[in-house]
Ligand binder design. Structure first.
Ligand code: FHN
Length: 589
C-alpha cells in the first residue's frame, strides 16, 4: 500500500496523465448536446423514477459500534478519529462470503427499482473494487472477488441500470487537500497536492468507467470541502462524459454557483440533476429541473446493527409517489452487513413496496408531475399522456368518509373514472362542480398504503391556477423569495416555509385575504421552534396596524383563539427573536 500511494514517480506520472487527460479542448467537444440530445440522455432516468442506493464498505464491519457508542455508520473513521492505520485493519475482517449479487438485484427488481447506485468508494477512500492504482481497496481483504463486477453482471442479467456512487472527498489519500490529523499513514507523505489527488481520482474513475460496461449515472459526493473547486468539478464532469458520453452525472460533481433548497438541490452548477437528501422538496424544483431525493430506510446510510428506527412501507411508498408527483426520482438506500446481506427489515420493506408496485407501477414509471398547483388535501397526483388521452392517477392517502372525492380546480369533463385495482375498471360516477370534479368512490375501497383512482380526460388537464397568495414580509432569507418567500407560510404545505436572514431579530409577515373576513383564531407552525420570543397579531385599519393580541413564544403547533376580528389584512409582527424567525404555516380561522 505505502509503495503505491507514496511512490512519487507514480504520482508524478499521474500528474502528467492528469494534464493530458483534462485538457478542456480534448473533452468539451463531446459535451455540446442539443436539448433533444439532453432529453434523450436523461430519458431512462426520468422514466425510471425509482432507484436503490447501496452504502457498503469497511464501515459495515464495526456495524455502528465503537467503544460504548452505537450511533456510527459510514462516517465511522471521521467521527471516531480512529488512526487510519487502525481503521485499515477492518480490511482484514471484511470477508462478505454471504454476498450474492443476484439476490440483491432481484430483491431490488421485485421492489420495482429500475437502477442501482453502489458505493464504489466512500469518504474513507476504500475502493470496493480491485483498483490498480492503490491497494487500499477490496484486494486488501480476504475477499478475493470483485463485488462491482458481480453486481454489474447481475444488473445486466436483470435489466437493471448499474450506477456508481464515488466520493470526491478522501480521508485516506495523502493528497486530499484537507488531510486529517488522524491520518497517520500519510504523516511522512509530502504536503497534499490536489492536482495529484485529482489525477488519482480520474485514474480510478477510468477503471470504473472502462471495466464494468455502460454505467447509467455517477453519483458524486463529498464535494463540499474547500479544496474541491468548481473548476475541478466542471472539469471532472467533462472528463467523466468523455469516457462515457451517455452517462448522467449528479450536481455534486461540482459546486453550484449558489446553493438553494438544502444546499445540494438546485443543479445550478455543472451536473445533470439536483440531489436533495433525506427530504422531498415541497414543490419540486419547477418544470425542466431534474432531481432525485435520496433517503435512508432507517437513520443510517451504512449498516448499523443497533438502528431499528425503520420507516414504514407506507411511508416509503408514499415518498416514492410524492417524488413522482413533483417530477423527481426516489433513491432509497440499503446498508448491507459486512457478511454481504441486506438487512431483513430492508428486504421486508422492498417486498412490500414491490407488492404495491405490482398493481400501481404504471402510475410511477414514465409519469410526469401533477398538474395541480397545490398539494392535494387527500394525497398526490401523477399523470401520463398517450395520444390524446391523459390519465390522471389520483393517489389517495386519506379516503373520503363520505365517498365523495373532490379534485379541486379540475375543469375537464372526465371521460372515464375507475379504481386501478379494479381489474374490470368499473366506472365511477363523476360530475363537474364549482370547486372542481367530484368522484363518487366506494367507501370500502381504501388501501392501507395508497389507493389509486384513475381519471381519463381528453388532452391535457385544465386546472384552475392556484389563487394568488397576497403575502408580504419585511425580510426573506437571502432574498430567495422563490424558496423562502412569505407566501410559503400560507400555502397549506408544511414542507415549505417563510424564512428570514439568520441575523434577523425583528420581522413581520402579512397576508391580504382579498376581502374583509372575520377571524376567531390562528394556528402558527414555527419551523425552528423557540426562535420567536415576543410577537403581536395585528390587523390593518386604514394606514395603521392595530394590535389585537400579544404573546411570547410560539412553537411547531401553536394555536390560539381570540375575540372575533373583522379585517382584510392581518399580520404577525415579531418584536423579538433569538435568530432569523422562520414559519412553516400561518392559518387564520
Ligand atoms: O456524507 C455523505 C453520507 O455519508 C451519505 O453518503 C450521503 C448520501 O447522500 N451523502 C453525504 C452526506 O450529504
Amino acid at each position: 500500500m505505502k509503495t503505491k500511494i507514496s511512490s512519487f514517480s507514480f504520482l508524478a506520472l499521474c500528474a502528467v496523465a492528469f494534464t493530458a487527460l483534462s485538457s478542456p479542448a480534448a473533452e468539451t467537444n463531446t459535451l455540446s448536446e442539443t436539448p433533444a440530445q439532453h432529453d434523450a440522455r436523461m430519458h431512462w432516468f426520468r422514466d425510471a423514477r425509482f432507484g436503490m442506493f447501496i452504502h457498503w464498505g469497511l464501515y459495515s464491519v464495526p456495524a455502528g459500534e465503537w467503544q460504548d457508542k452505537t450511533g456510527y455508520g459510514e462516517w465511522f473513521l471521521e467521527e471516531t478519529h480512529t488512526p487510519v492505520s487502525q481503521y485499515e485493519k477492518y480490511a482484514d475482517q471484511f470477508n462478505p462470503t454471504k454476498f450474492n449479487a443476484t439476490n440483491w438485484v432481484r430483491a431490488a427488481k421485485a421492489a420495482g427499482v429500475k437502477y442501482i447506485v453502489i458505493t464504489s468508494k466512500h469518504h474513507d477512500g476504500f475502493g470496493m473494487y480491485p483498483s490498480d492504482l492503490t491497494d487500499w481497496c477490496i484486494k486488501r481483504t480476504p475477499f478475493k472477488r470483485d463485488p462491482m463486477a458481480e453486481l454489474a453482471a447481475a444488473c445486466k442479467a436483470e435489466d437493471i441500470t448499474f450506477c456508481f456512487y464515488h466520493s470526491i472527498m478522501d480521508w485516506h489519500h495523502p493528497d486530499w487537500g484537507q488531510r486529517r490529523e488522524w491520518n497517520d499513514v500519510a504523516k511522512n507523505a509530502p504536503a497534499p497536492d490536489m492536482d495529484r489527488y485529482t489525477a488519482y481520482m480520474k485514474g480510478q474513475l477510468k477503471e470504473l468507467l472502462t471495466r464494468y460496461g455502460p454505467i447509467g449515472l455517477l453519483w458524486f459526493d463529498g464535494q463540499w470541502e474547500s479544496c474541491w473547486t468548481k473548476e475541478r468539478g466542471d472539469d471532472l464532469y467533462r472528463y467523466v462524459r468523455s469516457l462515457q458520453p451517455d452517462i448522467i452525472v449528479n450536481n455534486r460533481v461540482s459546486k453550484p454557483a449558489n446553493t438553494a433548497g438544502g444546499g445540494f438541490a438546485h443543479a445550478d452548477g455543472m451536473g445533470d440533476y439536483g440531489t436533495p437528501e433525506q427530504t422531498i422538496p415541497a414543490n419540486g424544483f419547477g418544470a425542466g429541473v431534474d432531481w432525485e431525493s435520496c433517503m435512508t430506510m432507517n437513520d443510517h446510510w451504512g449498516y448499523n446493527k443497533h438502528d431499528q428506527n425503520w420507516k414504514s412501507a407506507q411511508t416509503l411508498v408514499r415518498n416514492l409517489i410524492d417524488c413522482s408527483s413533483k417530477g423527481g426520482n426516489y433513491l432509497l438506500n440499503v446498508g448491507p452487513t459486512a457478511e454481504g446481506l441486506i438487512p431483513e427489515a430492508s428486504l421486508e420493506r422492498l417486498a412490500a413496496i414491490g407488492k404495491w408496485m405490482q398493481q400501481n407501477s404504471e402510475t410511477i414509471y414514465g409519469s410526469s408531475a401533477s398538474p395541480f398547483p397545490r398539494k392535494l388535501p387527500w394525497g398526490r397526483c401523477t399523470q401520463k399522456t398517450s395520444g390524446d388521452v391523459t390519465k390522471l392517477y389520483l393517489h389517495v392517502f386519506d379516503w373520503p368518509k363520505n365517498g365523495q372525492l373532490l379534485v379541486p380546480g379540475l375543469n375537464n369533463k372526465v371521460q372515464k373514472a375507475y379504481l386501478l385495482a379494479d381489474q374490470s375498471h368499473k366506472t365511477l360516477a363523476t360530475k363537474n362542480v364549482k370547486e372542481g370534479v367530484q368522484v363518487d368512490v366506494p367507501a370500502n375501497a381504501a388501501k392501507e398504503i395508497s389507493t389509486t383512482v384513475v381519471l381519463e380526460i381528453n388532452d391535457a388537464a385544465s386546472v384552475e391556477p392556484a389563487p394568488k397568495i397576497l403575502a408580504s414580509a419585511s425580510n426573506t432569507f437571502g432574498n430567495e423569495t422563490a424558496q423562502y418567500g412569505p407566501e410559503f407560510a400560507f400555502d397549506g404545505e408544511d414542507g415549505t416555509r417563510w424564512a428570514t436572514d439568520d441575523s434577523t431579530s425583528q420581522a413581520w409577515i402579512a397576508i391580504d385575504l382579498g376581502s374583509k373576513k372575520t377571524i376567531h383564531g390562528v394556528r402558527i407552525k414555527e419551523a425552528y421552534a423557540g426562535r420567536v420570543q415576543k410577537y403581536e397579531l395585528q390587523y390593518r385599519d386604514g394606514e395603521t396596524w392595530k394590535t389585537f393580541l400579544t404573546g411570547a413564544t410560539l412553537n411547531a403547533n401553536f394555536e390560539t383563539a381570540f375575540p372575533p376580528v373583522k379585517a382584510q389584512e392581518f399580520r404577525l409582527n415579531i418584536l423579538s427573536a433569538k435568530q432569523g424567525p422562520t414559519i412553516n404555516e400561518i392559518e387564520w380561522f
